[in-house]
Design a binder for this molecule. Structure first.
Ligand code: UDP
Ligand code: MN
Length: 395
């Protein structure tokens, strides 16, 4: 998810793709037990992962059940809210996309799955055009395909998907996921009890070279003053409740791509910031908005979804630019006086453009949201001001 992204925009034009591939080759040689000779390095950086391995897995496979055994004893009522699963994609690898779709169809009770809404955000790859449409023929009853006329970026693409949804709960997935057994029921049950509860599965890892599905430890989501999302250890006292290692994990932030939210709650708290561009920042923005405006955010470890890491993806500079722009928007809307913390490491950002945010400021007022200080005190006390700032304050 977003935390893998560490590219400095200034450096990108200087990279010679030839050198980059050479470097990659050397580092891959160091990996043991991996037959790198079958790897197409150009494709590796275009798609971000080993497409040969993906093709050989095909359109569906079964993945190991990574849940704690206590999850198997949990009971979920048959009558739960219905889900619209929204999957946006831009230039996704065909088989990774198809495994996402078929894993949802195969592992979701038919009566709970209202629909899968695929939003093609103006992909260029040929196999995602007519071919994808025809390959979906057998699944027409559940799968709807929407295509944008211009590339909207993932934030607006998700809003387009949400606007078409007819189910009770919106479930967002990236286009390179594989869901696990009973993945949806815990999410729907939590939301049925409290419609202001936003819930995420625990995200397992699909390895970008071997495509192996690997369990993740219990984690929560946090971010730093550069607004970079990170995974963080869960305090043991959090696990002392009756549900032990299977209880909900309170999370200051979400990773972004994979979460469930009641459709009416999503609409009433202001969806996403449609002024945000292409990619990034929307996960931290939504997390702050949920907590500060009366909602809650949890990770449910009995719901597991694998996410294919794209460690080799060559992300172009427009994404970096968008991320900075989006982060600035959320800084000015949500961080109050703490916005200065964001500028400590990035003083240049103080002078950067972030568009018009008046609508979002208005939204914050209308919803009667609490202060960022409240969020720090109550939800995320571990985010401490940087030492620089403390020194200035003591002078
Ligand atoms: N995406 C999109 N439009 C864009 C950029 C991304 O629809 O302009 C999709 C992308 O195909 C993926 C999801 O949004 O399904 C999240 O993007 P990505 O996986 O690159 O984000 P990460 O997992 O690295 O946070
Ligand atoms: Mn992703």
């Amino acid at each position: 998810m977003h935390e893998q992204y560490r590219v400095d925009p200034e450096q990108i034009p200087a990279i010679d793709p030839g050198d980059e591939l050479q470097e990659l080759k050397v580092s891959l040689q160091l990996l043991q037990n991996f037959n790198y000779s079958q790897l197409d390095l150009k494709k590796l950086t275009t798609y971000g992962f080993n497409t040969g391995a993906s093709r050989s897995l095909g359109k569906e496979r079964s993945v190991p059940d990574t849940r704690h055994k206590m999850c198997l004893n949990k009971f979920y009522p048959k009558n739960l809210p219905t889900a619209s699963v929204i999957i946006c994609f831009h230039n996704e690898e065909f088989y990774a996309l198809f495994r996402t779709i078929l894993s949802v169809i195969n592992l979701t009770p038919h009566h709970l799955l209202e629909e899968i809404i695929l939003v093609d955000d103006k992909s260029d790859f040929d196999d995602l055009k007519e071919n994808l449409y025809y390959q979906l023929d057998d699944y027409r009853e559940k799968v709807k395909l929407v295509r944008t006329n211009i590339r909207q970026g993932l934030i607006r693409a998700r809003m387009i998907g949400a606007s078409r949804a007819t189910g009770d709960v919106l479930v967002f997935l990236d286009s390179h996921c594989e869901v696990n057994r009973m993945w949806l029921e815990p999410l729907l049950l939590a939301i049925s009890k409290n419609s202001k509860m936003v819930v995420c599965p625990l995200i397992d890892v699909i390895d970008d070279l071997t495509l192996q599905y690997k369990p993740s430890p219990l984690v929560r989501g946090i971010f730093n003053w550069d607004l970079q999302f990170k995974w963080d250890n869960v305090y043991s006292y959090e696990m002392e409740g009756p549900e032990g290692l299977t209880g909900p994990i309170r999370s200051p932030a979400m990773a972004g791509g994979i979460f469930a939210i009641h459709k009416h709650y999503f609409n009433s708290i202001g969806q996403f910031d449609k002024g945000m561009e292409l990619w990034g920042g929307e996960n931290v923005e939504l997390s702050l908005r949920i907590w500060m405006c009366g909602g809650q955010l949890f990770i449910l470890p009995c719901s597991r979804v694998g996410h294919l890491t794209k460690g080799y993806l060559y992300r172009d500079w427009r994404l970096t630019k968008a991320l900075l722009y989006n982060n600035l928007r959320l800084t000015y809307v949500w961080l109050d006086d703490y916005k200065e913390q964001v500028f400590v490491n990035n003083p240049g950002l103080k002078f950067a453009n972030y568009g018009n945010i008046s609508e979002r400021i208005e939204l914050r007022k209308r919803l009667g949201c609490k202060s960022f200080q409240w969020y720090l005190d109550t939800v995320f006390p571990e985010l401490e001001p940087s030492p620089n700032k403390l020194m200035e304050a003591s002078q």
